[in-house]
Ligand binder design. Structure first.
Ligand SMILES: Cc1cc2nc3c(=O)[nH]c(=O)nc-3n(C[C@H](O)[C@H](O)[C@H](O)COP(=O)(O)O)c2cc1C
Length: 282
């Protein structure tokens, strides 16, 4: 089984799947994992699964053109959030990405889907509790590795610049907004965690996150978004926490959603959204 760090590096959005269903025991493991993995709010999301290629295909829309066309996925993870909870989408990103990485560790392929699916059809297919709504789905199965599938995935990736990532120097600032952080001479453990964050997936690969690092002690990573995409924020927060745990950090996220004092502290512009701080304890 892969380590979390390896899973972060090998995970790709897979849009073509083989016929092979995921064994029930693995599905059960992933759902139990989702129910027990750490979360960020006191009203965590729930993750459930829809199985069967036809049922999944009915939920995944086909009207958005080539981008988003997922073929043959045998399962769909469905993320449910309380309709009236604060930061519910952020928490969903956090929990469901932990599940995505666990699935990757187990050799499974995934693709986050928040645009190209029919939420009302997904809602029909799952058992919802009162006040719950569907907020995201993730295709799940085994990747089709034949040349045609590779061609399809490769062409799609080029089309949307799908796997390119901004360099760390562009998304990480040193103590103050706008002061580029450099890996040269930096703590290699910190660099490894930031690299884990950099590789996180985001909707349309927009990578809306920016970090301001205070080397401390205590070491602190302040997270901001340059667009309001809370699921992406939750995803990158999961990458920091999981990559951090792997390098032996004892730390946790403090949510500071839209807390302007955090923005002012590091001189961030008015249009960025403060999200939170990851504090590392010695
Ligand atoms: C929150 C979220 C929503 C996404 N929604 C879709 C989607 O609706 N359709 C799709 O084809 N890909 C979707 N993706 C996949 C992204 O396009 C992909 O993660 C990004 O391009 C980076 O590529 P990678 O995952 O292969 O590293 C989504 C990803 C995230 C994180």
């Amino acid at each position: 089984m892969l380590s979390v760090g390896e899973a972060i590096r090998v995970r790709r959005s897979t849009r073509r799947y083989t016929d092979r269903p995921v064994p029930d025991a693995l599905l059960a493991h992933l759902l139990a994992f989702a129910a027990h993995t750490p979360h960020l709010t006191d009203r965590p999301p729930r993750v459930t699964v829809v199985s069967g290629r036809e049922r999944v295909a009915r939920i995944l829309a086909r009207y958005l053109g080539v981008y988003g066309l997922v073929q043959g996925a045998p399962h769909l993870l469905v993320g449910l959030i309380p309709e009236d909870a604060d930061q519910a989408r952020l928490d969903l990103g956090y929990v469901l990405e932990a599940v995505v990485l666990e699935a990757t560790r187990l050799g499974l392929a995934t693709c986050w889907m928040t645009g190209s699916y029919h939420p009302e059809r997904a809602a029909d297919e799952v058992e919802r509790r009162p006040g719950e709504m569907v907020a995201a789905t993730v295709a799940l199965g085994y990747a089709r590795e034949d040349p045609l599938a590779r061609l399809h995935d490769g062409a799609l990736r080029r089309l949307v610049g799908a796997h390119r990532r901004r360099p760390l120097e562009e998304i990480v600032f040193d103590r103050e907004w706008g002061m580029p952080w450099s890996p040269v001479g930096a703590d290699s453990v910190l660099e490894e965690v930031l690299e884990g964050a950099r590789l996180a997936p985001s909707a349309e690969n927009r990578q809306p996150w920016r970090f301001v690092v205070e080397s401390g002690p205590p070491l602190a990573l302040h997270l901001f978004l340059n667009r309001p995409s809370p699921i992406d924020a939750g995803i990158v927060m999961a990458h920091v926490a999981l990559a951090g745990a792997e390098v032996g950090w004892r730390g946790r996220w403090l949510l500071r959603w839209q807390d302007r004092t955090l923005a002012e502290m590091v001189g961030a512009p008015r249009d960025v959204i403060p999200v939170g701080t990851f504090m590392v304890h010695d």
